[in-house]
Design a protein around this ligand. Structure first.
Ligand code: 9MR
Length: 671
């Protein structure tokens, strides 16, 4: 088929859109996807453990007699950090005189409750007794520091999983250098290396961490200073195993670059941990964003909140924690549990309660992304978005529609508020090339460590790229099929073969496509053979042409054995909307979920537009995923969908219709 000729046939009014189409595929987001067999847990520690992480809290010895406090501690947390009891002023208040009592109380209790321990902290300029800070002789101070590290670590040997060997050594502000402290001023910058080497010798089995605050923003000078230090340590073989990011956040939560920071440190070959999390006013979204960033980084091995109830917090007046003063779970608690992949206990009584709801309501943003023309690209519409959240950024690929046909564009941004100002990279300038390319779908093939962009060219095509953020990294198009599968040829009628979509389970990858003629097709290959070997093409679902038109999305629902299918339909009003189905497996049969005009998945009649209804079409798009890999996992709660919409008054040449992108957020989520 000549795609350009085909596009030429598609000139029509908006209502006349029905006849043709291109568009296609979705994909988005964040986070690790969990295995299908996983049973979701209802406590923070148990749920974090399912992805091999811990969920901990700071504990104060003085509160261990409070039953509400210890009840929550033992129910929810599987890691403990002493809030103050292992600091120098408590543990060695005068030279050579060690007071292990309060720290031991916490360690003994945690050990007997199966909770692991973080040691906090060996060398810190604060909570340091005067007898140390007044030392001026380097030899004396070195001996005192080494003796402190060695004695404390020896005392706890075998019972502390990770130690904050040095805490908060870097200066705030723009210097990127170490702060002034007795350690730096008397021993020089080398005190850090000395401390870590001494610690390794004292307890070779303990993980040695550097811990700091205000290093969550990748662009901060302090972050870069810390990063250079860790990089230097790794390059020179100085022992360091982990970096703790304290994460004491304001009401907005983490900076947009937080995940980038985590993954950048991790890429140096250290584990990263969120070590002292609290967020002013404890917004559920801010907490979810923080937890999600950790879930998205394989080497982010655990999260510690800095206290249990708001009344236990060092910043108590800001109510920054997960439990209120009475020990009740706050909404941020449910948000954290959900983001860890778990299910809040109140909605968890039956398996059905964990499934997606049978009806939906949404709130839409205004237009977030519009075309950006340049001297060689006169773009009328931006369409068919696919999106993943990866490394602290949303990466969006979309079709560009212009009088010369369809091609692809890429943009990225840290936050939806920045979507409109992102740079548009035209992919016809890359090896993807000019000509008919449309309806992209992006995902990371974890087994191959490679990003895939799937799109239509008349065949089902793909390009690969080791780095999603490099538009020039994409390979030239290759086809999945040698030619259109016979069963499609037999059923396509006057339709078009469009909207290719790949999703994999642990054994197989499936390629779905539509024919604008009421058929959803499915081919399959093994995960090992992918991208080759697609065969056994079947009709996965069929209906009338308008009821099962195109732009299908298929997802795995996080924490369940459920798969979700969305297909774009053309309504009785001529407007686009989405129907939905679920299945227990990708090759299984699909059962209607919200699949009618009166109970749609997403249609103008279940979407509110707080800032004015800029579209009546809810058309080709993609869910914001919970992960970014080939399993296409979406969260079960608070769904979001990036879609294409259109000024209802627009008409004329189909290829010049002014499609824009907007974001739906589910408003009837029960979890
Ligand atoms: O939460 C701790 C609070 O009880 C102490 O008074 C304070 C003393 O500086 O330290 C708090 O914990 C800090 C942690 O040890 C290191 N990072 C910053 C934390 C909040 O100040």
């Amino acid at each position: 088929m000549n795609p350009l000729k085909r596009l030429g046939c598609r000139r029509a009014s908006v209502l006349g859109l029905l006849a043709a189409t291109v568009l296609a595929t979705p994909g988005t987001a964040t986070g690790a996807s969990d295995a299908p067999e996983t049973v979701r847990a209802s406590t923070l520690g148990a749920q974090a453990a399912q992805s091999g992480r811990y969920f901990g809290t700071a504990v104060a010895a003085g509160r261990l007699g409070d039953g509400t406090y210890t009840g929550i501690l033992d129910r929810e947390f599987n890691s403990v950090t002493p809030e103050n009891e292992m600091k120098w002023d408590t543990i060695e208040p005068s030279r050579g005189s060690f007071n292990f009592g309060p720290g031991d109380q916490i360690v003994n209790r945690a050990t007997s409750h199966g909770q692991r321990m973080r040691g906090h902290t060996l060398v810190w300029h604060s909570q340091l007794p005067g007898w140390v800070s007044s030392i001026r002789d380097a030899g004396t101070l070195r001996g005192v520091m080494n003796n402190h590290i060695t004695t404390v670590m020896n005392h706890h040997k075998g019972r502390i999983h990770s130690w904050d060997v040095v805490n908060e050594a870097f200066a705030d502000g723009s210097s990127g250098q170490l702060r002034s402290s007795v350690f730096r001023d008397v021993l020089g910058d080398g005190f850090l290396e000395q401390a870590f080497r001494t610690a390794r010798t004292a307890d070779p089995a303990a993980k040695l961490c550097y811990n700091d605050y205000n290093i969550e923003d990748w662009n901060a000078a302090k972050t870069q200073g810390d990063y250079r230090m860790v990089r230097d340590f790794k390059a020179r073989g100085v022992p360091i195993d982990c970096v703790g990011l304290q994460a004491h956040f304001g009401a907005g939560g983490p900076p947009g670059s937080f995940q980038t920071t985590l993954s950048s440190f991790a890429a140096l070959g250290v584990d990263v941990q969120i070590t002292e999390l609290d967020i002013a006013q404890a917004s559920p979204t801010a907490y979810a964003n923080t937890v999600r960033a950790c879930m998205n980084v394989a080497r982010c091995t655990g999260i510690t909140v800095w206290g249990i109830r708001d009344s236990d917090s060092w910043r108590s007046s800001e109510n920054p924690l997960l439990f209120d003063r009475n020990g009740n779970k706050k909404s941020a608690y449910n948000s954290v549990l959900t983001t860890l992949g778990g299910t809040p206990a109140t909605t968890r009584s039956t398996p059905a309660a964990r499934a997606l709801p049978g009806s939906y309501s949404w709130s839409s943003s205004g237009q977030l992304i519009a075309p950006k023309s340049d001297p060689t690209h006169n773009i009328a519409g931006i369409k068919d978005p696919t999106v993943v959240y990866y490394n602290g950024k949303y990466h969006v690929f979309a079709s560009t529609a212009s009088s010369s046909g369809y091609n692809l564009v890429y943009l990225n941004f840290g936050d939806w508020s920045q979507a409109g100002s992102a740079t548009h990279h035209y992919l016809d300038r890359t090896a993807i090339g000019t000509g008919y390319r449309a309806a992209p779908q992006v995902f990371y093939n974890a087994p191959q460590r490679l990003w895939y962009l799937v799109y239509q060219t008349g065949n089902a095509s793909y390009s690969t790229n080791p780095d999603i953020s490099n538009p020039n990294g994409w390979s030239a198009p290759r086809n999945f099929y040698s030619s259109m599968p016979e069963i499609i040829r037999q059923n396509i009628g006057n339709g078009y073969w469009v909207d290719m979509w790949v999703i994999c389970d642990s054994a197989n990858c499936y390629l779905f496509s539509s024919d604008d003629n009421g058929h959803l097709y499915r081919s399959q290959t093994t995960v090992g053979q992918f991208p080759n070997g697609f065969t056994n093409t079947v009709i996965a679902l069929q209906d009338s042409k308008n009821a099962l038109f195109e732009a299908s999305n298929v997802y795995k629902v996080q924490g369940s054995n459920q798969y979700l299918l969305l297909v774009e339909a053309i309504g009785s009003d001529g407007r686009r909307y989405f129907r939905s189905w679920t299945a227990a497996g990708l090759a299984g049969s699909w059962t209607q979920l919200a699949a009618s005009e009166s109970n749609p998945f997403a249609r103008a009649n279940n979407v509110s537009f707080p800032a004015g209804a800029w579209t009546r079409d809810i058309s080709h798009g993609e869910m914001i995923r919970a992960g970014y890999d080939q399993t296409l996992t979406i969260p079960a709660c608070r769904l979001q969908y990036l879609y294409q919409g259109l000024n209802p008054g627009a008409g004329g040449d189909y290829n010049l219709l002014p499609w824009r992108l907007g974001l739906l957020t589910q408003t009837n989520s029960t979890c």
